[in-house]
Design a protein around this ligand. Sequence first.
Ligand SMILES: C[S@@+](CC[C@H](N)C(=O)[O-])C[C@H]1O[C@@H](n2cnc3c(N)ncnc32)[C@H](O)[C@@H]1O
Length: 411
Amino acid sequence: MTRHSLPPADRAAANLAAAGRSAELVGLIRGEIDRAAEYRIPFSRFMELALYEPRLGYYRQTADRPTDGGDFLTAPETHAIFGWTIARRIESMWHEMGRPRPFSLIEYGAGSGTLALSILDGFRRHGSTDLLEAVRYAPIESNPKRLADLGRRFGEAELAAALVPATPSDAATPSDAATPSDAATLTVGVVLANEFLDALPVHRSVFRGGKLLELYVVWRNGFAATAAEPSTPELAARLADDGVTAQLEEGQVVEICLGLELWLDDVARRLARGYLLAIDYGYDAADLYGRRRLAGTLLGYRGHRVVDNPFADPGLTDLTAHVDFTAVQRLAERRGFVARSLSTQQEFLVAVGLEQELRALQASPDLTLADYARARSGIVRMLDPRHMGRFRVFIAGRDVDLATAALTRPR
Ligand SMILES: C[S@@+](CC[C@H](N)C(=O)[O-])C[C@H]1O[C@@H](n2cnc3c(N)ncnc32)[C@H](O)[C@@H]1O
């Protein structure tokens, strides 16, 4: 993520401007609640506006943020070794598929291109120049500023030829992301999503008196939650399909991402043949909706701090909920994908060759002690089971030759 080091005066001005934008967004959401039937909106609609309202949403803002260094640091931003390691897996996918050319790398939530650039750098480091020449990288990113940064960075890295320019419909809001792609855009390659799915809006529900209610957002001198009959039977259906209805406890709060269906429709429309590789906070359904998470997993982040109140400072707070990988797998399979594996990020990175990447880095003649220390601390964060090491990595293939591959059962 882009870092900002604003001088104090500019920072104060940015704070004021940000507070103004958030107040405007509060007014806008409140207006929608006032016009809604029964004066309430599903939490998913609140989250959609808070993150994606075209001018004021958290993921759409182009203005400087008052917080230094953004609100979160993703694995590819901690060190390029993350991308170099993923490059190894993509290389093996490319070989398994018979080295097709061109080979698309489609990335949802591409940000300013940090992960993509380190993957392409990984191809170069590994001597995979054929793959580097075959790759066509297509970013899908809702933030216009990050997309512009990405284009500039690809130019600076002399990789502009590999970049498929994003079209306006690719700069997706959750609903835009479902825009049917032209059949001509169907491609062969890999779809990548790192820390993208946890931002898709979720409905919130509560299990009360033996049945599932929905937690809506109302206005009572501020945003508040209220429980009522669900707005759609799809919420209960999702939990039933996941096989977790019977395990819910009285008073348990759950988040349900119905947008996964639209996202996987979009993935299936874009990718004719190839692999899906999704990395995120998440669990299988039994765990996600288990006793250890009775209050759900919805969280806000602001300035590297966790914000418990999801209604605090909309537009300035990143909102996330852990991903239900059982649903991702089932919905992907319904669209013709075959699940390959579901592992933790720690297991995945070690199995794919993080250690070999570290050894290659150690052997590089111009490595400084500071570079080495940075790599080590990045690796610790990526592998730490209390931190990013517990993220899940889901891989599924569509129309790829799986005959010779060992199918691991998702855990
Ligand atoms: C947590 S960041 C991850 C960025 C990058 N994948 C990484 O690993 O560093 C999430 C990114 O997804 C983008 N994003 C969130 N929702 C999106 C959507 N519905 N469509 C396209 N981009 C989205 C955000 O603007 C942000 O750049």
